[in-house]
Write a protein that binds this ligand. Structure first.
Ligand code: ARG
Length: 475
């Protein structure tokens, strides 16, 4: 069914109906469309456009239809153009022509944005909640590995020793910021577009503030044209999801690398690995690879919508129908990925001995020599130069830094004395980084305890928000 037949001498050509049709994907908005219709109905009753008696019939019809949609008993058919027309068809079939009264004072233009915002609020909170499970997995693994000294890398080359819990805990920090971004999104976008009509507002719906409130939004849009024509809220949601996806891809890359025979830092549980159809011995880190790979579509979806929005004139344009599929795809990708990744991290077994083995390799303690000299008031540029010479000498003679003789040290720099060797241990190097963000065991332990507190706070924020919006989410 379409909602606009009157002025046309014929129906749309088959190719046009096929192109125009969005119900195959926008049916995901159906529960939200029912809720928005219910809120709109109350506005029309208060405005005297729909009588109390008819209102009761329509309300009961909408609620029954909502239940049938959730149970799968009612769905769209081959002729429905979009979710809104399918729902009107279902309502009219249930209660008769009076169901068509609901169309007064609103347009699909404001209806679809309102539905879409409710969908996003619901699903971004669900994504945030799944993200907390992954964060908890990292917090736990970080706490378990806080005493394991590991090589720290820059440029994928050994850089300085760190504790391994520090490396893992960095992911919790990034993921908590992703949840924060959902919060920021909500503050800016919990604003109702309902009442904007096609573009200019409606004389039949004088009090859209009250439907905004009954839907749980924090306010009403200030400008009806802006309300129906911008999709910055969707683009911003896509960015939030793309950023999360990029963080997940970095996790995926690390686990892929760590599970190689060359690293052997982690064993990924069998339940989170897959095999090869030809090589019987293979156990592949496909979950980690998919985490890395799926970031491509998450970034692509953001790019797609921004490109669609660029240069759009005035108010609503049909181009805007292209806003939904990228969002649904990003949401559904993350809903699939996050639980699998949380399971992979939770069940992963780290190999402490292999992780520590290379902590000192690659002259990773050279910075300690420079720091030792700097503490003796040698300008850091000269200290750096001297430490570099120590490395050069070691490399040439196949030795480690602590194996240089006192004479060699003092000839490189007179301030390099035998007590330098006390500083040339990985545990000493790690222990010296005592500032709050540093890698000493005490610092990282306290970082993890702060992470645990922040994770608890995020969880309780999410459950409060879900509670606050629950009325509008479940019709
Ligand atoms: N399916 C449309 C969309 O997603 C609904 C709004 C249609 N409005 C219109 N004027 N044709 O944008």
């Amino acid at each position: 069914m379409t909602l606009w037949g009157g002025r046309f001498s014929s129906g749309p050509a088959d190719s046009v109906a096929a192109l125009s049709r969005s119900v195959d994907f926008d049916w995901r908005l159906a529960p939200y469309d029912i809720r928005v219709n219910l809120a709109h109905l109350e506005g029309l009753i208060s405005a005297g456009i729909i009588t109390a008696g008819n209102g009761e019939v329509i309300r009961a019809g909408l609620k029954a239809l909502g239940t049938e949609i959730l149970s799968g008993k009612f769905s769209y058919d081959d002729k429905d153009e979009d979710v809104h027309s399918a729902i009107e068809r279902g309502l009219v079939a249930k209660i008769g022509a009076v169901g068509g009264a609901l169309r007064a004072g609103r347009s699909r233009n404001d209806l679809v944005v309102t539905d879409f915002k409710l969908y996003l609020i619901d699903h971004l909170l669900e994504i945030a909640s799944l993200t907390t499970n992954l964060i908890e997995a990292f917090n736990k693994k970080s706490a378990e590995t806080v005493e394991i000294i590991a090589p720290g890398f820059t440029h994928l080359q050994h850089a300085q020793p760190i504790v391994f819990g520090h490396e893992l805990a960095k992911h919790s920090q990034a993921l908590l910021r992703d949840i924060d971004r959902v919060g920021d999104w909500l503050v800016r976008n919990s604003i109702s577009p309902l009442g904007a009509g096609a573009l200019s507002g409606s004389g039949l719906q004088p009090n859209p503030e009250s439907s905004a409130q009954s839907l749980g939004f924090d306010g009403l849009a200030a400008n009806s044209i802006d309300a129906v024509s911008d999709r910055d809220f969707a683009a911003e949601a896509l960015f939030v999801m793309a950023m999360l996806g990029v963080h997940l891809s970095r996790i995926g890359e690390e686990f892929t690398l760590w599970s190689t025979t060359e690293f052997s830092w982690v064993v990924i549980d069998d339940a989170y690995s897959t095999g090869s159809s030809i090589m019987p011995q293979k156990k592949n880190p496909d979950i980690a690879e998919l985490a890395r790979g799926k970031s491509g579509r998450l970034v692509g979806n953001l790019t797609a919508l921004l490109t669609t929005l660029k240069g759009l004139p005035f108010a609503y344009n049909r181009d805007l129908q292209e806003d939904k599929e990228p969002v649904f795809d990003s949401v559904e990708t993350l809903l699939l990925l996050l639980p699998a990744l949380a399971g992979m991290v939770t069940t992963a077994k780290f190999n402490d001995a292999n992780i520590s083995r290379g902590a000192h390799a690659g002259y990773a303690l050279a910075t300690e020599i420079a720091d030792y000299l700097a503490k003796k008031a040698v300008p850091f540029s000269l200290a750096h130069e001297a430490a570099g010479e120590c490395v050069r000498l070691c490399e040439k003679s196949g030795r480690e830094l602590h194996e240089l003789s006192d004479i060699e040290l003092s000839s490189i720099h007179p301030e390099l004395e035998s007590d330098l060797r006390e500083f040339l241990t990985v545990s000493g190097a790690v222990a010296s980084r005592t500032s709050s963000l540093g890698t000493s065991i005490a610092s990282v332990t306290s970082q993890i305890s702060d992470l645990e507190t922040a994770t608890k706070e995020a969880k309780s924020w999410i459950s409060n928000e879900l509670q606050r919006f629950s009325g509008m989410m479940k019709p």
